[in-house]
Design a protein around this ligand. Structure first.
Ligand code: NAP
Length: 242
């Protein structure tokens, strides 16, 4: 049977690369995005070109009703058994003391509450067997001082979510894992006000460069598949040695 996987934030960056990899690996894919319908359409066309079925749903993962609508929409294609919690945001870089309450709430809302809302739907709806991958960050252990400590803290919380939920759902055969990327060359750094961050940090990374979205997608797809059948509660760091 063709697996059906839900990906949050699939219109750009790591999420878009994951949707494309999943389609190539034989998954049908339902993904959500918030703003950029044109970008979502382009990703959807690639799913179809890979011979798989896809659906793009405009849904904000911080809104419980929209999350329910995303999972309801997925039923058009079948019963999902996979979830990639990927939709995440940063805020402008700077020391914690300058952080605004609005930015703090947004970062926690998207990177933590949104992940939990989606994980709840998966836990309620997945049959026996399935897999959840939470996209965290190497920031969770590095702490990101002077840049976005609050973001790092939210990402560390998603790692704890992985550990606890993996144990809670193991009796039902649902595996839960994290992929923790290092610096990856995507648009997210523009939101932080450092569009060239990937180039700037390259010399600090043992492998000497920032990562590509498809290198994270490959790890996510592996964790969703049968090759990872005994892997649950794991945090897989894909960070070029950082
Ligand atoms: P990105 O290029 O900015 O893409 C983010 C995606 O998420 C977009 O499709 C965006 O859609 C969507 N999105 C954002 N907020 C959303 C919401 N509330 N509801 C639904 N969709 C939402 O980011 P990225 O670099 O690919 O990051 C993906 C994940 O990897 C994030 O969790 C991020 O924290 C994590 N990560 C990234 C890096 C890195 O260096 N890039 C490193 C470590 C971890 P719209 O454009 O429509 O809003």
């Amino acid at each position: 049977m063709t697996p059906l996987t839900v990906v949050t934030g699939g219109s750009r960056g790591i999420g878009a690369a994951t949707v494309r990899h999943l389609a190539t690996a034989g998954h049908d894919v339902v993904f959500c995005y918030r703003r950029d319908a044109e970008a979502a359409d382009a990703v959807l066309r690639d799913v179809t070109a890979a011979g798989r079925r896809g659906l793009a749903v405009r849904a904000d993962t911080t809104d419980p009703d929209q999350v329910v609508r995303l999972f309801d929409a997925a039923r058009q294609l079948g019963e999902p058994t996979g979830l990639v919690n990927n939709a995440g945001v940063t805020s402008p870089v700077g020391p914690l003391q300058d952080l605004t309450l609005t930015d703090l709430r947004r970062v926690v809302d998207v990177n933590l509450i949104g992940y939990i809302l989606c994980a709840q739907q998966a836990a309620r709806r997945f049959p026996s067997g399935g897999a959840i991958v939470n996209v965290s960050s190497a920031a969770a252990t590095l702490g990101s001082p002077g840049e976005y400590v609050h973001y790092a803290a939210a990402k560390a919380a998603t790692d704890a979510l992985t550990v606890g939920l993996a144990k809670e759902l193991a009796p039902r055969g649902i595996r839960v894992n994290t992929v923790a990327p290092g610096t990856i060359d995507t648009d997210i750094h523009t939101i932080s006000g450092v569009p060239d961050r990937a180039q700037r940090v390259a010399s600090r990374i043992p492998l000497g460069r920032a990562g590509r979205a498809d290198e994270i997608a490959a790890a996510i797809v592996w964790l969703l598949g049968d090759g990872a059948s005994y892997t649950t509660g794991a945090v897989l760091r894909v960070a070029g040695g950082l």
